[in-house]
Ligand binder design. Sequence first.
Ligand code: CA
Ligand code: CA
Length: 165
Amino acid sequence: MPPAHTSRLPKTSNTAMAMYLLLAVALVAPALSAPNPGLREYPEYRCAEGWRLVDQSCFLLADVSGNWEASQIFCNAEGAALATISSELQQETLKSFLTESVWIGLNDMKEENVFAWADGSESNFTSWAENEPNSHWLSGGEDCVEMRKVKDFQWNDESCELIRQ
Ligand SMILES: [Ca+2]
Ligand SMILES: [Ca+2]
């Protein structure tokens, strides 16, 4: 997958950390449970096989790695997008599934310091690590967001071009 921009990263900053992808579909079709009239008020949420339902969204932890854009393309091919995390419950639950840092859908590629979700979600929930986002100059600017393992999977803006492998 060709990167969108030429990487300005010095080779030394390329870590050996594996980067797994966290996908999410926010579109969970509510289906009314039919047999018991008393339950009809309550929507029933279902996810495709292998996906996990967390607070009304389906998430899949994919065992592949790539830079942010390639990751997003992979998710799109699955009919999904890089994950939108819209609640503390999702943050805490997803954290418990992770063993490595993962990309999520949040980014400020369009406008610096204006973070937006890749799937167009307007969630205002954030879980930044301390002193983040910092768009660190050593990375040549940071416009993509990861759940960072060494920060207890709190969020860090990172260079979109990093190939985590
Ligand atoms: Ca930025
Ligand atoms: Ca950062």
